[in-house]
Design a protein around this ligand. Sequence first.
Ligand code: HEC
Length: 104
Amino acid sequence: MRTVLLVALMMSLSALAAGDKSKGAVLFKKCISCHGKDGMGKKSQNAPMIAGQYDWYIVSQVKAIQGKERWNENSKKMYPFVKKLEETEIQDLAAYISSMKLKK
Ligand code: HEC
């Protein structure tokens, strides 16, 4: 019984920590021009594929670009699109992007 409760608690905690995929899908519209609607990236934009990437890595890199810690000619182009994102929005985006299937 205790184990069941513990597992249920852990599952609800991880559900809390993870973002909301359907909200992420809406937010992702801002990212399509560079990363493509399938998240496979675009060479012409120097934008890498991000589909299927670990959610924690997506969160860390979006925050690094937002905070200008990852700052170069390419990341500068992305900055205007992420500068106003809130923590929960970044989590939602990461949940959606990490769930996307690779196309090659
Ligand atoms: C104007 C084009 C552009 C838009 C719009 C854009 N990005 Fe990017 N993104 C880039 C480029 C270019 C890079 C590579 C940056 C570098 O070289 O450091 C990048 C890098 C990333 C990375 C890091 C990938 C890695 O492997 O390290 C993530 C995650 C990411 N973008 C997510 C997003 C999300 C989420 C959005 C929408 C909110 C978005 N991007 C919108 C151009 C864009």
